[in-house]
Design a protein around this ligand. Structure first.
Ligand code: SF4
Length: 469
């Protein structure tokens, strides 16, 4: 009774696993899972830390889910016209459909669809089956598979075993790549119709970079697939791609301007993506969640964690997966906020209709339309800063879970130029802040520091910095 057959929320790869509640949640391997055949990465093995218990509170005082949801409803309605609704897709399709109804006035899923051509939405939203990756002849990576989407490494190794050539366009040489090209030298990349491009798409994506990879693939007639970071990013994007929505950058601007004063976040910790000084300008931060968050919220509506929920997730391949629980606390809370009752069964029917399926079956990938997109004009890339700290966003970073990688990766040229001492530190200055970090020598691009952890000075993916010993 206390074992849940569920999906890892660490990224949108869709790895199946069991969670056993034994005092705290314990992870077990689920070998029958089609996305990962039971294998899990370090993050998947850390889920008991992610699912730390959380309590409903209003202004710091513990209360019930109902009272917290009622108070949230009062505050949202008092600030009518100045409330925004944010969810990155960390929850079920059924909850996300209900959320869209609540959020009609100002919806943000983190996907900057507004800045992208509409005919590319489907390509951006739903990727290709992993079996097609294994069968590709030439794979081009615009990601670090080891750090960002670890379970894809097995698929890439399998493709390589079958003779695929792997090219990486990244700031560091990747051990599984036959050819390593630096992002600034992308013009050296040779694509053909046999190439398969793997990039990623998320709330911090550089839109010009997204357009650029779409355009490269289009011009060569190559396939392209986008990986995504949240448990149900694909479901969230598929369900909301025709909805009117704002980008994360627009939301930050509107909070800074004071036009948005109340922010309601569904299963999304805003402190990972919105600067603290911006969050500090809100009158009300309301978070509905099933796991502990780091943001200081005025109202926390706490319900069951994801693995105890009833509902559907959609992974990068478009595979619909049932969560193994029975909980509908999230829908109940959204119903209190909307002043209505959300029925699971009717939302589930709408989800199946939107995905074009008659039943949720994780062993069958629905036959999605994958229409070709038109020519895309990508603007030329601005010159890279002389020295930059590049954040390699990985599951630990998206969820604000501390990892043991409290260092930056630099190359030997930087170590020699700065006369860094073995076992010592590198000083990093940026945006008026200064910090000292341990360093690791890796085959990284000149003048780049790679980090798999946030240090508090970052401005997006690439942050200009000054470095010294
Ligand atoms: S690859 Fe992604 S989904 Fe799979 S175990 Fe790791 S974090 Fe979880």
């Amino acid at each position: 009774m206390n074992v849940y057959s569920t999906i890892c929320p660490g990224c949108n790869f869709g790895c199946g696993l069991y969670i056993r509640e034994n005092g705290k949640p314990e992870v077990d391997f689920r070998k029958s899972s089609p996305a990962n055949a039971g294998k899990l990465c370090r993050f998947g093995m850390s889920l008991s830390r992610l699912y730390a218990p959380v309590k409903s509170t209003v202004d710091g005082k513990e209360t019930s889910l109902e009272e917290a949801a009622k108070e949230a409803a009062r505050r949202i309605s008092a600030g009518k016209g100045s409330a925004a609704f944010l969810s990155f897709g960390n929850t079920t399709c059924e909850e996300l459909l209900a959320f869209q109804k609540v959020a009609e006035s100002y919806l943000c899923t983190g996907a900057n669809f507004e800045a992208l051509p509409k005919d590319a939405y489907q390509t951006l939203s739903v990727g290709i089956p992993y079996s097609e990756i294994e069968a590709a002849k030439h794979i081009v990576l615009f990601i670090d598979p080891y750090e960002q989407y670890p379970l894809i490494v097995r698929r890439l190794l399998s493709a390589r075993k079958k003779g695929a050539k792997i090219t990486s366009v990244w700031w560091k040489d990747l051990p599984l790549a036959d050819e390593n090209i630096r992002p600034a030298d992308v013009s050296k990349l040779q694509l053909t119709k046999d190439s398969l491009v793997i990039a990623d798409f998320h709330p911090l994506s550089d839109i010009e970079q997204v357009k650029s990879v779409l355009s490269l693939a289009k011009n060569a007639g190559a396939k392209i697939t986008f990986l995504k970071p949240f448990a149900n990013s694909t479901g969230a994007y598929l369900l909301s791609k025709d909805a009117k929505q704002k980008s994360l950058a627009q939301l930050v601007e509107d909070i800074n301007k004071g036009t948005i004063k109340t922010l309601f976040c569904l299963e999304s910790d805003p402190s990972e993506l919105i600067p603290a000084e911006t969050l500090g300008k809100l009158t009300n931060l309301i978070i509905q969640t099933g796991q502990a968050v780091t943001a200081k919220a005025n109202v926390v509506i706490a319900h069951e964690p994801l693995y105890r929920k009833k509902g559907t997730l959609v992974n990068n391949e478009g595979r619909a997966q049932a969560l193994g629980g029975t909980g509908t606390g999230g829908l109940d809370a959204l119903g209190i906020i909307a002043g209505t009752k959300f029925e699971f069964n009717s939302l589930h029917e709408s989800v199946k209709k939107a995905l074009g399926i008659s039943a949720v079956d994780e062993f069958t990938i629905p036959g999605y339309d994958r229409p070709a997109y038109g020519a895309i004009q990508a603007s030329s890339k601005p010159a890279e800063a002389k020295t930059a700290l590049v954040s390699v966003y990985n599951p630990f970073m998206w969820y604000g879970l501390p990892d043991d990688n409290d260092f930056v990766e630099v190359n030997l040229n930087m170590v020699k130029a700065l006369k860094l001492l073995k076992g010592g530190y590198i000083k990093i200055k940026s945006n008026g802040s200064s910090l000292e970090k341990r360093f690791k020598v890796s085959p990284v691009q000149d003048n780049v520091l790679l980090a798999g952890r946030k240090f508090g000075v970052e401005k997006g993916i690439s942050t200009p910095v000054e470095v010294s010993r």
